[in-house]
Design a protein around this ligand. Structure first.
Ligand code: SAM
Length: 319
């Protein structure tokens, strides 16, 4: 399947029932093309119902916006978060995804609609499209049955479970013990009547500590929690674990999304505890090239509050 430029609409061939259902639940983006798609800024999930493009338009001048941004001082908040948990980026992220973030993201990635606001539903839709598009990318290479796949930063198992249900041999890990427990619970439930399949092997581990070799390594919506320097090392490590393919999603850094993120940071809320870092697509490609990999397929997923670049990389020798 051709997989270039913009991701195909999720309503195209093979779109799961869950996505169609979500389309009915989520209002259509008001300003965005219906043919483009989403990646999620975790911070958006914590916002009250806020139409960010509208918020942007409401900022009457660049000067007013700049003043507001400097008042919000996200850097100071980040330092405070790190001090609170006695560590750096990773400790903040681990703490967040074991506590408030776990509850919030379990809800977003779940299926219930009660108590889920419009922003969260929209992010659910965007994330489901990222998972579906990643699966399509992977299936493009042929059947997944029997292939070893590492799902690094597996969350509640949104990707691991469908991979296992197609017969892949999945090693799923996450820095958050709460996430891993939930993913394992969901996998047992989803695969209960499929004794022919291998349950994913779940592990509480940060991706930097992963070792071994896998046919495919996938890491969806994790890099957003790390600044470029750290993300670069993570990409290199993930590539070292993969034999043939590495699939990554990240929030692309563009002027527009940078501004959108900064507007989001104006509404921190008491429990809005993760940092969100955008990454320039070129920087991600450069990190891959440094370790001998090149991007072979790419896509872009976007809804109203979620936006993600999805890339599939292969070793240069295999390209
Ligand atoms: C936004 S969620 C995405 C979860 C999953 N990949 C998905 O797309 O459904 C980010 C996940 O990354 C995990 N995470 C963050 N930093 C990590 C790290 N250094 N190593 C492993 N997991 C990490 C978090 O605990 C969280 O479950």
């Amino acid at each position: 399947m051709a997989f270039t430029g913009v991701l195909f609409p999720a309503t195209a061939t093979g779109a799961p029932h869950r996505l169609r259902h979500l389309h009915q639940l989520c209002p259509k983006p008001r300003r965005l093309s219906s043919t483009t798609r989403t990646l999620a800024l975790p911070s958006s999930a914590d916002l009250p119902v806020l139409d960010a493009p509208v918020a942007l338009a409401a900022a009457s001048s660049v000067a007013a916006l700049a003043a507001a941004l400097s008042l919000s001082d996200p850097e100071r908040r980040r330092r405070q978060q790190a001090e609170d948990v006695g560590g750096g980026d990773k400790e903040v992220v681990r703490d967040y995804f074991n506590n408030t973030g776990f509850e919030r993201w379990k809800k977003i990635y779940g299926e219930a609609t009660e108590g889920v606001n419009r922003v969260q539903l929209d992010i659910r839709l965007g994330h489901a499209q990222t998972v579906e598009n990643a699966l399509s990318m992977l299936r493009d290479g042929g059947p997944l049955a029997g292939l070893s796949v590492c799902d690094a930063g597996c969350g509640t198992g949104s990707l691991s479970i469908p991979l296992a249900s197609e017969g892949a041999l999945v090693s799923a890990s996450d820095i958050s013990a709460a996430m891993v427990t939930e993913a394992e619970r969901q996998a047992r439930e989803a695969l209960a009547d499929r004794p022919d399949l291998q349950m994913p092997k779940f592990e509480v581990k940060d991706l930097e500590s992963l070792d071994g070799k896998f046919d495919i390594v996938v890491c969806l919506d994790v890099l957003i929690h790390y600044p470029q320097g750290k993300a670069e090392a993570m990409i290199a490590h993930l590539a070292s674990l993969a034999e043939s393919r590495l699939v990554l999603s990240f929030a692309p850094k563009t002027l527009y999304y940078d501004l959108l993120k900064r507007v989001g940071e104006l509404f921190p809320g008491p429990s809005k505890a993760t940092r969100a870092y955008l990454h320039a697509e070129r920087d991600v490609e450069r990190a891959l090239e440094k370790v001998g990999w090149r991007v072979r397929k790419r896509g872009f997923i976007r809804t109203q509050f979620y936006f993600a670049k999805l890339v599939e990389a292969v070793p240069v020798g295999l390209a």
